[in-house]
Design a protein around this ligand. Structure first.
Ligand code: ADP
Length: 152
């Protein structure tokens, strides 16, 4: 059976932090689905199609990385696509507490799906989509913080 993992997130926009986590998780699975969540309570800087197109550009040469969008519970989406693993990234203690709560709740919702947490590479520990958005809004240069295949 194919080992499929879902990497869920907002990716508004995708950063070097996300890109590194996806590349490092790749050897562990047969396929990774980068799944852009559509959370009704969140407002985004970039629309779904733009976020999707940037992620696709980053992984255009990798057949085992798919990009998709979903609404609703992440565990329900995982079940729908046959994924038994959720990948998340950890930068600091705040991420740890936040990710722990999500992972434990997801386990209660569906205990057949494991959350796999990867620590960030230290050089990416300070990168967040929200800071990247702030730099963009203020007309700064974000090229060091986003994957080389895209330009914003
Ligand atoms: P969400 O809105 O679901 O938190 P994000 O797109 O902000 O979505 O993040 C998706 C995942 O990527 C989360 O697990 C987050 O902790 C992780 N992540 C974000 N930035 C980094 C980074 N710089 N290094 C490692 N992981 C990261």
């Amino acid at each position: 059976m194919k080992k499929i993992a879902v990497f869920p997130g907002s990716f508004d926009p995708i950063t070097m932090g996300h890109y590194s986590i996806i590349n490092r998780a790749l050897p562990l699975f047969d396929e990774i689905i980068v799944a852009i969540g559509n959370n009704a309570t969140k407002t985004y800087l970039y629309d779904l199609n733009q976020r999707r197109s940037w992620i696709e550009q980053c992984f255009s040469n990798q057949a085992n990385i798919k990009v998709d969008m979903y609404a609703g519970l992440t565990v329900d989406y995982c079940e729908k696509v046959g994924a038994k693993y959720i990948i998340r990234g950890l930068r600091n203690t705040q991420d740890f507490e936040f990710e722990k709560a999500i992972a434990q709740m997801n386990r209660q919702l569906n205990d057949e799906i494991e959350t796999v947490l990867l620590y960030t590479e230290p050089k990416y520990a300070e990168i967040s989509s929200s800071i990247v958005r702030d730099i963009i809004r203020n007309k700064g240069n974000v090229s060091a913080f986003i994957p080389p295949a895209i330009s914003i």
